[in-house]
Design a protein around this ligand. Structure first.
Ligand code: SF4
Ligand code: SF4
Length: 385
């Protein structure tokens, strides 16, 4: 086989640019999470505002009840729109070219490959049924969120947990999420994309609408040399080498197989009218869709980059909901907005005059305090009854 150097360089470059895009998104998302926890002047909105899965839960809740789910920002709907627009073209390209949790898993898988030649396949007898677990996760959390009107998945969500790694609330609110995050990352060291394959409800949702995507991976049987480099590269263990087209709902459109194939015009991304496109176009166009949607949403004031104050939340929703209380809010703000007197808080939580003016998290994070934000919400709820 004659090696086309130019072709090899082009595929390598395509893989590097895809990885650079993924890492930039991971860095941006991490920075927003850290600033949300530790920022003073410019505090971004919380992780829920930057997650498209919230758009699915809240969308169904909105249709069922006509009201907005707690903790949900309009930005989740715009992100979901971008995910679906990208899926119309490239199916699960959000998973393979944008999702920062996917990137984290990919980085851990690369770490694993320093010690092993390739990621290990999970035995078929476990792997096949386990792939359905994510659909169960999707149904369970959408149903529970619709019943309870809040993001039930939050404490179990590894991505929400990742955004709280520097928060003192990590082990009060996210103990299970932390375990899921560790299992997902360590699982990815050995099996690659562990969370995507078995647990991710967003991946399950995209798996369900997978068929609508116009472009898919195609293989030219005539030129294929059956080297299986594609199979080895695939993070979700699809047997690409035996297919003429990849229809699997497990395919995350990462293009790793296409970039790994050593024979020109053998593995490619094919669209309508047999149109072939460069694998890098999948990353670039998907990213472009996100930039355009988020840009428009920001321009029309629908994308919440900045954390809302409690006053702004009450102004938007028209009611004081104790579940909107956050650690950054001061006792005084809550008192002013609810009419609950300062003395009532002082009697219940033994706070000083000085603490009354400070954020409630200053008091809840003291080891000797004996109460947390949930206790304060519960108290406010009872007082408002
Ligand atoms: S990497 Fe390319 S040549 Fe090798 S088996 Fe896959 S499609 Fe065929
Ligand atoms: S088949 Fe190719 S594009 Fe799909 S997940 Fe596997 S490596 Fe990625």
């Amino acid at each position: 086989m004659a090696v086309d150097k130019q072709f090899k360089i082009s595929r390598k470059r395509s893989g590097v640019i895809r990885m650079v895009i993924l890492i930039l998104i991971l860095v941006l998302s991490t920075a927003l999470g850290v600033l949300h926890q530790l920022g003073k002047d410019w505090v971004p909105a919380g992780v829920d505002a930057f997650c498209p899965f919230g758009g699915i839960e809240a969308g169904i809740y909105l249709l069922a009840t006509g009201t907005m789910m707690q903790r949900i920002a309009w930005s989740s709907f715009f992100l979901l729109l971008a995910v679906i627009l990208a899926a119309l073209l490239f199916r699960r390209s959000f998973c393979g070219t944008i999702c920062p949790l996917g990137t984290l898993q990919e980085l851990f898988a690369r770490l694993g490959r320093l010690f092993m030649k390739k990621s290990l396949p999970v035995p078929g007898i476990i792997d096949k049924p386990a792939r359905y677990v994510k659909y169960l996760v999707l149904v369970v959390f959408v149903v529970l969120s619709t019943i309870f009107g809040t993001l039930v998945i939050r404490p179990y969500d590894p991505w929400a947990t990742y955004h709280h790694l520097v928060s003192p609330d990590l082990f009060t609110e996210f103990t299970i999420g932390f375990i899921v995050l560790i299992i997902s990352l360590l699982g990815s060291v050995v099996f690659d994309r562990f969370f995507c394959k078995y647990l991710c409800p967003m991946g399950a949702f995209l798996g369900l609408i997978n068929r609508i995507g116009l472009f898919r991976i195609s293989r030219n049987e005539e030129t294929c040399i059956h080297c299986k480099a594609c199979n080895k590269a695939c993070p979700v263990t699809i047997d690409v080498e035996s297919k003429t087209e990849v229809h699997s709902s497990e395919c995350i459109n990462c293009q790793l197989c296409v970039n790994a194939c050593p024979v020109k015009d053998t593995l490619y991304v094919k669209g309508p009218w047999k149109k072939k496109i460069h694998p890098l176009a999948v990353s670039v166009v998907t990213l472009g869709i996100f930039i355009i949607v988020v840009g428009i949403a920001t321009a029309i004031g629908g994308f919440e980059w900045k954390l809302k104050t409690l006053e702004q939340t009450v102004e938007t929703t028209g009611v004081f909901n104790p579940d909107d209380i956050k650690g950054r809010d001061t006792w005084k703000q809550i008192s002013d907005l609810t009419g609950i007197p300062k003395e009532a808080f002082q009697e219940e939580f033994s706070i000083t005059d000085e603490e009354f003016e400070a954020p409630i998290k200053d008091a809840t994070h003291k080891p000797e305090s004996g109460f947390d934000t949930e206790d304060i919400k519960e108290f406010v709820r009872k007082m408002l009854e």
